[in-house]
Design a protein. Structure first.
Length: 198
């Protein structure tokens, strides 16, 4: 029992009636009561946002809560607008994420020489033969790996976050250039937020 919030994208070329039929069909199939959305969609046509991300922020700002249904407009450039620099940054982030995943998933105690591992948090002594599939204390759930390994993971995650912020800045700058160029083709979409009981 709870509620489901959906964010769906529809072409501006689709009619509001068509969009309402689509989201109401989902509410009927997925919802608890087999009914349409509890409230009508509020359509905001006064502004076209320059990205889906901006549209999502606008929806969060306009959302009145308690099963509010609303839609805002955003535009996207037609075709791939990413520069070589952006693509290189995406590849770099992907490499860093894979590297970090491997580090996080590596079973630190797989070939451990000592018979017992002491948890620094709860002081439990755990037989290393039972730590072949986990890096966490079975008693208190804290990470048992050395601080140096934990710090390395933390630094990698900070690096990934930094690179992702840089990528967002690069994409935003490129999109701004595109939208300032009158010759660039863009397509307009509706971002529709729906919420219903499940």
């Amino acid at each position: 029992m709870g509620h489901l919030t959906c964010l769906d994208v529809f072409s501006f070329k689709k009619t509001k009636k068509h969009i309402e039929c689509c989201v109401n069909e989902v509410a009927r199939k997925e919802g608890d009561y087999g009914k349409e959305l509890p409230k009508p969609i509020r359509w905001y046509e006064d502004k076209i946002y320059n990205s889906k991300e901006e549209a999502e922020k606008a929806i969060r700002a306009k959302d009145k809560g308690w099963y509010d249904q609303l839609a805002v407009l955003f535009r996207e450039p037609v075709g791939d607008f990413r520069t070589k620099k952006i693509k290189d940054m995406e590849k770099r982030i992907e490499r860093e994420c894979k590297k970090n995943s491997l580090l996080k998933e590596k079973m630190h105690f797989l070939n451990h020489k000592s018979n017992l591992i002491t948890c620094k948090n709860c002081s439990s002594k755990i037989s290393s033969k039972y730590l072949k599939r986990t890096n966490f204390c079975p008693v208190c759930s804290k990470d048992l790996r050395p601080i140096s390994v934990q710090e390395k993971i933390k630094k990698n995650e900070e690096k990934i976050n930094f690179l992702q912020k840089e990528l967002r800045k690069m994409v935003k700058k490129e999109r701004l250039k595109i939208f300032q160029n009158q010759k660039t083709k863009t397509e307009v979409f509706w971002l529709v937020k729906t919420e219903f009981h499940v």
